[in-house]
Design a protein around this ligand. Structure first.
Ligand code: SF4
Length: 203
């Protein structure tokens, strides 16, 4: 009888141990799942000034607080093409005139702008960014509308030099003015129709 009792006790003990091991395994599984979720974050190339970096020509940033909400789903890859192209901060403002990047004093900065665009393209490739969130109206980052070259605040149709390269490369471009559309990409399935990046050698 005692033997049976001991066996039942032992069996219960063994069950408790098994249960504890099961809980640990479950916890490991949850951890893996969480890791998996983090790996699934969508990499987005972002104009660094929108994240609050003081990289603009004026030596200031253009922080967009709404981006905080998107951190859970998106992995931001900050980039400032004008700095990457070798321009100083602060610097003279630049606008696009007849395809050239020219500053307010008339100096041509096109080569630095092109270099910055190429570097941004490399980062997009390295991090497999299929989407970019770029500062509106900038001669580097603006997409669809940029300043007209007269330094009078007038906007015209056109793309900044980096935005143009990233667009050609196949990235889907958003600006801080269409964050709502960007938020919709939290549904990863909607990324399915975002094209794969073209080879950098194509540029
Ligand atoms: S180049 Fe782009 S990231 Fe850099 S300051 Fe201008 S808009 Fe911002």
């Amino acid at each position: 009888m005692m033997t049976v009792k001991r066996n039942v006790t032992e069996a219960l003990e063994a069950l408790r141990e098994l249960s504890a091991a099961g809980q640990a395994l479950k916890a490991d599984g949850e951890l893996e799942e969480e890791r998996g979720k983090r790996m699934e974050k969508i990499n987005i190339l972002v104009s660094a000034c929108l994240l609050g970096l003081d990289c603009r020509y004026s030596g200031t940033g253009k922080y967009i607080a709404e981006l905080e909400e998107l951190k859970e789903e998106f992995q931001f890859i900050p980039v400032c093409p004008e700095q990457l192209g070798g321009l100083p901060t602060p610097r003279s403002p630049v606008e696009i005139t007849e395809g050239r990047a020219v500053n307010k004093e008339g100096a041509d900065c096109t080569e630095q702008f092109k270099k910055g665009a190429q570097e941004a393209g490399k980062l997009a490739g390295y991090f497999n960014c299929r989407v970019a969130l770029l500062k509106a109206n900038s001669p580097s980052c603006g997409f669809g509308r940029i300043y007209d070259g007269s330094f009078s605040g007038k906007l015209i149709e056109g793309n900044g030099i980096t935005a143009e390269l990233l667009h050609k490369k196949g990235l889907r471009i958003y600006s801080e003015k269409d964050l709502k559309d960007l938020k919709d990409l939290k549904d990863v399935k909607k990324l399915k129709d975002v094209k794969k990046l073209k080879d950098l050698k194509d540029q």
